[in-house]
Write a protein of this length. Structure first.
Length: 170
């Protein structure tokens, strides 16, 4: 494994070295052949060509392109080829309005609260232990708590009255 890593690092360094050497134009044979090619093509040396091509000169030679106004399109508009065909207009006949009899239904009575019975303590003055939303309370007949009124407490049930009627818990 170590030999492989050494071979890999050596090869990488060699490839980068050759690449950087070629990029630095240190090879004399290539430089002279390139110089003669430039002189043959333009009659000037490569250095003359480099000084002649400056950035300001390039910008001054730019010519703006004009586009005809009819070829411009909105880049945010959906292309016509993707749009579905427009729907055909429909003819709708207007019917005369018919007066429906208005009946007002009474709203349904509210649901009784979810009160649970924990215990009943019978006696001369019976009491019940009830629970609602995690809160316990000891109640007697006629007492109001959590928007309900205790109507009666018997040995096996408690009758409660609320805004929508009465209900019993066992």
């Amino acid at each position: 494994m170590n030999k492989f890593l050494v071979l890999l690092v050596t090869t990488t360094v060699l490839v980068w070295g050759v690449f950087l050497f070629k990029m630095s134009d240190k090879v004399d044979s290539q430089k002279s052949s390139e110089m003669s090619m430039w002189e043959e093509l333009s009659g000037k040396s490569a250095q003359d060509i480099e000084t002649r091509l400056d950035f300001k000169n390039l910008l001054s030679r730019l010519i703006p392109q004009d586009m005809p106004a009819d070829s411009l399109r909105d880049p945010f508009k959906q292309p016509v080829s993707i749009l579905p065909p427009p729907p055909k207009p429909r003819v709708v006949k207007v019917a005369e309005p018919v007066a429906a009899p208005v009946t007002v239904a009474a709203p349904p009575p509210p649901k009784p609260p979810s009160i649970t019975l924990d215990a009943i303590l019978p006696g001369d003055n019976p009491v019940a232990i009830i629970k609602f939303r995690g809160e316990s309370a000891v109640v007697s007949v006629g007492q109001e708590i959590w928007n309900v009124v205790v109507q009666s407490i018997e040995s096996n049930r408690v009758v409660l009255q609320y805004a929508g009627g009465t209900f019993e818990i066992r």
